[in-house]
Design a protein around this ligand. Sequence first.
Ligand SMILES: Nc1ncnc2c1ncn2[C@@H]1O[C@H](COP(=O)(O)OP(=O)(O)OP(=O)(O)O)[C@@H](O)[C@H]1O
Length: 262
Amino acid sequence: MAGEVLRLQGVGVKREGASLLRDVTWTVDEGDRWVVVGPNGAGKTTLLQIAAALLHPTEGKVEILEEELGRTDVFELRPRIGFASVAIAEKVPAGETVLDVVLTGSYAIIGRWREEYESTDLARAIGLLEALGCAELVKRRFSTLSEGERKRVQIARALMPDPELLLLDEPAAGLDLGGREDLVRRLSVLANDQAAPTTVMVTHHVEEVPEGFTHALLLRKGGVVAAGKVDEVFTPEHLTACFGLPLTVDRQNGRWYARATY
Ligand SMILES: Nc1ncnc2c1ncn2[C@@H]1O[C@H](COP(=O)(O)OP(=O)(O)OP(=O)(O)O)[C@@H](O)[C@H]1O
């Protein structure tokens, strides 16, 4: 089945007179791996919050996993979506273990309470931590992890409910070069795994786009500059328009590199 996982039509978000998103029309099909790129303040996180059913638009229509926002129970929809973001990591209670951070992803809740988990849930959580190279962290307190370790644990948590849609908000932000390359490599393995969910990742940098990502959406000042197949979107013209400075872009071994030409 190759259905539509996300469908936005004429979506706008206004706050205090400001347009955070303007007339965004965007479709994500099952199996796509999208990257959303744009400068600071472009509206990337706002767009991802809509895709995560955490925010309702002021204008337009949003369908997520064939459910229309405003006409569906978001508490049933959210566990079908895996979401990794700094905003979630910041809400993790002090003292929460890495294992519980991952396990609670099953219910899209933050902070373990009275919910019960089966041995299969424990095995899945540990398996995901292993796949992300952080099995040894399972008993650690999340608050004591390095930024790179936190990013990988957050992705394991986002994958915990076996989501139909995986959303990653700036997964490589704050990582050193080794940490970034390690994460990009792991995300590339995920992108090339046909069993992995449809994925949307937000980043500021084309250098962080893993090999295997198929589509790109460029945002500037809340509006779409370009959207479509990644090699048709990552052109000097589109990136120049998106970031507002003259840019050139190269591709090597499936990775992208951009730099200013002045
Ligand atoms: N409640 C609000 N009222 C007014 N403006 C807001 C509000 N919330 C966010 N904004 C503004 O909306 C714009 C888009 O924010 P958003 O976080 O979606 O951008 P972003 O592309 O993710 O930015 P960054 O790359 O810096 O994280 C920003 O200019 C932000 O200051």
